[in-house]
Design a protein around this ligand. Structure first.
Ligand code: PLP
Length: 388
């Protein structure tokens, strides 16, 4: 029998990261000691008190049954409290907060609740690949909003084609940004909320890196903007904040109709998050937030080692204010795949070619700070020797 995949799978852009893994493993197989700056996954452990809470709650048989679809009331209330303490905006845990199996899950499923075939979804390029994948699975039409360096990697909303703006149902934005590490101003968020209101567009803000920032910079929530509650949903995740990527827990807050539409999709797809994990997440949100600062001190030190070292090696890099990636132009703006492959073959360095995040990422590479200082120093030494 010939097994044929659905057209929607064929329509997805080729998965560049699988190709990078293949090349990396080839080089490793030759016995080369590879320094991998390609991963986007925290290397530091989840704080002990969170693990302890999971261990304790896992023993409670009450948690062994199907959880509530929308998340435990206590988890949603704790999330709302955390958001209020952090951003000064209050949400009703019963109608405006929804638990997610990681924010990737919510980001992917949201268009299934709101996008009809042919509806446009405005997507940042370069960007997190899930915005495009979720759009294509919902038979939506992705429309690229270029993130250009000269605009601080913020989309130019006035340059969105008027036909696309008319047909748009949703817009994705993501600050602090992956892959560029750019941060947004309050003024940009005001323009985005205004645009969404004028065009009847659901504004979706992915804020996975809300707590990962340096030098005293504190990212703003789109929910702080007047009028946001009429048009927006914001995705928050415990993954990057508490080094919990493997735990799969996140939540969305925002407009109750948008939140309930996503909830309606999810009741047909999944059966919620293991309650013991939700209890551990409550622990994370409730406990002194100084554990976050310990993680940030580590990233900041790594950022300085990598950026200072790259500058000494002749690269023109800027230190990111947020996120755990360094995003920089390739020397002379050269083809990013060629630069990545030269770095791998000549220096045993894995970096991510920017084009893996969309065509406007061409000419850039992304390097991750989720690698310890000894390995970053080794990486810097190799950058200094590499002949590009
Ligand atoms: C890591 C990441 C996420 C996913 O986080 P989970 O909550 O672990 O699913 C979402 N958006 C961006 C931009 C990310 O980098």
């Amino acid at each position: 029998m010939e097994i044929e995949r659905a057209k929607r799978l064929a329509a997805l852009p080729p998965y560049l990261f699988a190709e990078i893994d293949r090349l990396k493993n080839e080089v490793k197989a030759r016995g080369v000691d590879v320094v991998d700056l390609g991963v986007g996954d925290p290397d530091l452990p989840t704080p002990d008190h969170i693990i302890e809470r999971l261990a304790q709650e896992a023993r409670n048989p009450a948690h062994h049954r199907y959880p509530s679809y929308v998340g435990m009331r206590e988890f949603r209330a704790e999330a709302a409290k955390w958001i209020e303490a952090r951003f000064g905006v209050s949400f009703d845990p019963d109608t405006e907060v929804l638990a997610l199996i990681g924010s990737k899950e919510g980001v992917f499923h949201l268009p299934l609740g709101f996008v009809n075939p042919g509806d446009v979804v405005l997507i940042p390029n370069p960007g997190y690949p899930v915005y495009r994948a979720g759009t294509l699975f919902a038979d939506g039409e992705p429309y690229d909003m270029p993130l250009l360096e000269e605009n601080g990697f913020l989309p130019s909303l006035d340059e969105i084609d008027s036909d696309a703006a008319r047909r748009a149902k949703m817009m994705w934005i993501n600050y602090p940004n992956n892959p560029t590490s750019a941060v947004a101003t309050r003024e940009f968020f005001e323009m985005a909320v205004d645009f969404a209101g004028r065009h009847g567009v659901i504004l979706c803000h992915d804020m996975a890196y809300s707590e990962v920032s340096y030098d005293g910079f504190r990212p703003v929530s789109i929910m702080e903007i007047d009028g946001a509650r009429d048009v927006a949903i914001e995705f928050h995740s415990l993954s990057k904040t508490y080094n919990m990527t493997g735990w799969r827990i996140a939540y969305a807050v925002g407009n109750p109709e948008i939140v309930s539409g996503l909830g309606a999709v999810k009741t047909n797809v999944d059966s919620g998050v293991f309650e013991a994990v939700q209890c551990a997440a409550i622990e994370a949100l409730r406990c002194p937030q100084s554990v976050i600062q310990q993680t940030l001190d580590v990233y900041q030190q790594r950022r300085d080692i990598l950026c200072d070292g790259l500058r000494e090696a002749g690269w023109n890099v800027e230190k990111p204010k947020a996120g755990f990636f360094v995003w920089t132009r390739t020397p002379g703006g050269r083809d990013c795949r060629e630069v990545a492959s030269t770095l791998l073959n000549e220096a045993g360095l894995v970096v991510t070619p920017g084009v893996g995040f969309g065509k406007y990422g061409e000419g850039y590479i992304r390097m991750s700070l989720t690698v310890d200082t000894a390995r970053l120093e080794e990486a810097v030494a190799r950058f200094k020797k590499a002949r590009l």
